[in-house]
Design a protein around this ligand. Structure first.
Ligand SMILES: Cc1cc2nc3c(=O)[nH]c(=O)nc-3n(C[C@H](O)[C@H](O)[C@H](O)COP(=O)(O)O)c2cc1C
Length: 211
């Protein structure tokens, strides 16, 4: 059974454009794979992830049998987020752009899932990500137009971070220019929905002995 983890990061919960696009992708995915298990984690609105601070990071790096009860609770929360990722075959991220970057709660989520020895390890050849074999789809909603320009630091940041944890198969779908005009918004959303259709189109199994 395939497990899909949907991570929403809009401050507008499921009304955010990025969440809506992620929802549409997941609905189409579910049509194709009715047995798929869908898990939703809302990191910004419903269950905001707390920002990393010295106490939290201290808990992560304290040996298990030396942790206080409060530290155990902080690590258990991070472990829950990581377990969801480990269980997932497919990860869908709804990614709003706020002030040129990712929502601060998504950054906080990233800070909770990047754990040395758990989701990545350091080797003589450099860091190695441990969350491998996953397919990631990112639905990026933006008021302006940035994709493909040097101003789009968001894409490279998210891609680099996911790669650091071992997730190298990452596809971005953009809905840009949402704040430019009603027509620009309509066109951008229609383009993103068409892209979702392409990504979730039924792929016929290859014929055996096909030429
Ligand atoms: C606080 C805030 C900051 C924003 N900053 C930017 C920005 O820097 N660049 C941009 O293109 N759009 C910006 N926008 C527009 C959002 O990217 C756009 O509304 C998008 O739909 C957000 O995704 P969401 O609807 O899933 O929350 C901002 C919106 C808000 C609310």
């Amino acid at each position: 059974m395939t497990t899909l983890l949907q991570v929403n990061a809009s401050i507008y919960n499921s009304s955010g454009q990025s969440s809506r696009l992620a929802d549409q992708f997941v609905a189409a995915f579910r049509k194709r794979d009715r047995a798929a298990k869908i898990v939703v984690r809302d990191v910004a609105a419903a269950e905001p992830v707390p920002h990393l601070n010295a106490e939290r990071f201290g808990a992560f790096i304290t040996k298990r049998d030396e942790r206080s009860a409060a530290q155990h609770a902080m690590v258990a929360y991070s472990d829950t987020l990581i377990d969801e990722l480990k269980q997932a075959d497919v990860i869908v991220i709804g990614l709003p752009m706020y002030n040129f970057g990712v929502p601060s709660q998504l950054k906080a989520y990233f800070d909770h899932i990047a754990r040395a020895g758990v989701t990545f390890k350091y080797t003589e050849k450099g860091p190695v990500g441990l969350l491998t074999g996953k397919k990631v789809y990112v639905f990026a909603a933006r008021g302006g137009l940035y994709a493909g320009s040097p101003l789009d630091t968001q894409t490279s940041y998210v891609r680099d971070f996911l790669r650091f944890l071992g997730m190298t198969d990452v596809e971005f779908v953009y809905a840009e220019g949402l704040a430019i005009s009603p027509q620009s918004k309509e066109t951008a959303l229609a383009k993103a929905v068409a892209e979702i259709g392409r990504l979730t189109a039924y792929e016929a199994p290859l014929e055996k002995n096909a030429a």
